[in-house]
Write a protein that binds this ligand. Structure first.
Ligand code: PBG
Length: 338
């Protein structure tokens, strides 16, 4: 045995471990608590399918029929989740250059929103994704145009009226919250004006404010049958940058955002923290498809304890400052918390 006196400390030793001695003590001093009601479940409703379809790269996540959507939403609510976020998957033949089925009251997303609202009234909040990419045949989040030099671009200002029509259609279908995720400049002001004009002053906006052009969205593209070729780097943010997230948040709040969001979550916890420190409105973070897929894949192989990593990642996102977390784990995590 080494001589215990040999390295005798010269300063008094503090003992932080005292507060870690047993579960009761650890619970007493826990700074971060997750609640089922912090979690928002993203869901997919697909047109023209007879039964739910599991998404291969997102085990446990489905493209739903209306019936299975309502069943899964009941399971979420029973576990304590209070909000779902709905994405629509149209028939490939219904996609067009402007994504017009997005604001068709009978389009798949608006039908799904209506079904959820009729089923749950105000017991479960219905949020809907307000973006064109699932509905355009080119897969971009906005309308395409050719600029003065012959380059194809996503036309920011021409896209805004489409978002307005989409948000109003979603509000008419019963959405409590619309969530513009297309990263067009001015989209929050445009949508707020359209909702107010149509009499939907109480419909809230959760702005995807700091949304990065991320490879972690990979599995989502399968989930919604995306038609995108290329990338979204001309409108989503560069992962190298932090500062512009604060500008995006500031603008969205000034334009009327009720919530701001950071997306993805785990690789961007520094952004979550900076936004949480600056934002006067609640801050959501989106644990995206690729984050989910990585945890599921490693868990299924037994390389990590999937459930423990799930809970640790959600706790970390909250510790970084998120008030709400969008996660495909919402129901499972809420059950474990409950
Ligand atoms: C776009 C949108 C995307 C996601 C949510 N909304 C994809 C994208 O921007 O390419 C990704 C969600 C996820 O990966 O879980 N409307």
């Amino acid at each position: 045995m080494p001589d215990p006196q040999r390295y005798a400390p010269q300063v008094p030793v503090r003992r932080p471990r005292r507060l870690r001695t047993n579960p009761a003590m650890r619970e007493l001093v826990a700074e971060t608590t997750l609640r089922p009601a912090d979690l928002i479940l993203p869901m997919f409703v697909a047109d023209g399918i007879e039964s739910p379809r599991e998404i291969a790269s997102m085990p446990g996540v489905y493209q739903h029929t209306t019936d299975s959507l309502l069943r899964a939403a009941h399971e979420a609510l029973d576990a304590g989740v209070r909000c779902v976020d709905l994405f629509g998957v149209p028939l490939p033949g219904d996609k067009d250059a402007t994504g017009s089925v997005a604001w068709d009251p009978d389009g798949v997303l608006n039908r799904g929103v209506r079904a959820l609202r009729e089923e749950f009234r105000d017991d479960l909040l219905v949020m809907s994704d307000t973006c064109l990419d699932e509905f355009t045949d080119h897969g971009h989040c906005g309308l395409l145009a050719t600029d003065a030099h012959g380059v194809t671009v996503v036309d920011n200002d021409a896209t805004l009226p489409c978002y307005q029509a989409m948000a109003v259609a979603q509000a008419q279908a019963g959405a409590h919250i619309v969530s513009p995720s297309g990263m067009m400049d001015g989209q929050i002001a445009a949508i707020r004006a359209a909702l107010d004009e149509a009499g939907f002053q109480d419909v809230a906006i959760m702005a995807y404010s700091a949304k990065y052009a991320s490879a972690f969205f990979g599995p989502f593209r399968e989930a919604v049958g995306s038609s995108l070729e290329g990338d979204r780097r001309a409108y989503q943010q560069d992962p190298a940058n932090a500062r512009e997230s604060l500008l995006e948040v500031e603008l969205d709040v000034a334009e009327g955002a009720d919530f701001v969001m950071v997306k993805p979550a785990l690789p961007y916890l520094d952004i979550v923290r900076q936004v949480a420190d600056a934002s006067p409105v609640p801050v959501a973070a989106y644990q995206v498809s690729g984050e989910y897929a990585m945890i599921q894949a490693a868990g299924q192989r037994g390389w990590v304890d999937g459930r423990a990593v799930m809970m640790e990642s959600l706790t970390s996102i909250k510790r970084a400052g998120a008030n709400q977390i969008l996660t495909y784990f919402a129901t499972e995590a809420a059950r474990l918390l409950g």
